[in-house]
Ligand binder design. Structure first.
Ligand SMILES: [Zn+2]
Length: 150
């Protein structure tokens, strides 16, 4: 894909540590648009849209909120915990968007396999199809997430 100056700027912002510790791209050498394209392909294969995924994530966070930092049963296979942190996170895309630094951890009861996300992750997935670069603290593998929460 040919990069416009705006694309280049976004890629630079996502790689800088200004908005998130370590940046959003981790050690991923691919461009942000290649990361988005590859993850969109994974979702296509699994027949799940990013909107469905974000909706399910938001539902899990909403249910788990009531536990105030303790594990809450989501369904027969899944439990989740929400930890509130002070402060806000800003969406790196050029539009207004500020999100609570709230972390949701979801865990398969049987296997103990777990994945965590911030409210910003849900927004990045839903609005931008962005699961972050490999090596980023908040990178989510779409195939693992779909397998765990659907
Ligand atoms: Zn955004």
């Amino acid at each position: 894909m040919k990069e416009s100056p705006q694309d280049k700027k976004l890629d630079d912002i996502l790689r800088s540590s200004r908005l998130a510790a370590g940046g959003f791209m981790g050690s991923d050498p691919r461009s942000v648009f290649d990361v988005i394209d590859a993850d969109a392909g994974v979702l296509d294969e699994l027949n799940v849209t990013k909107e469905q995924l974000a909706q399910r994530m938001r539902h899990i966070t909403d249910v788990a909120k009531s536990g105030l930092g303790t594990w809450v049963l989501i369904d027969e296979n899944l439990e989740a915990m929400v930890e509130e942190a002070r402060g806000m996170l800003v969406c790196p895309w050029p539009h207004p968007g500020v999100f609570y630094k709230r972390i949701t951890t979801v865990r398969a009861i049987e296997t103990g396999e777990s994945i965590y996300w911030s409210d910003l992750n849900v927004h990045l997935i839903e609005e931008h199809g962005f699961f972050e670069g490999r090596g980023s603290d908040f990178r989510i593998e779409p195939a693992e997430l779909v397998r765990l929460i659907f």
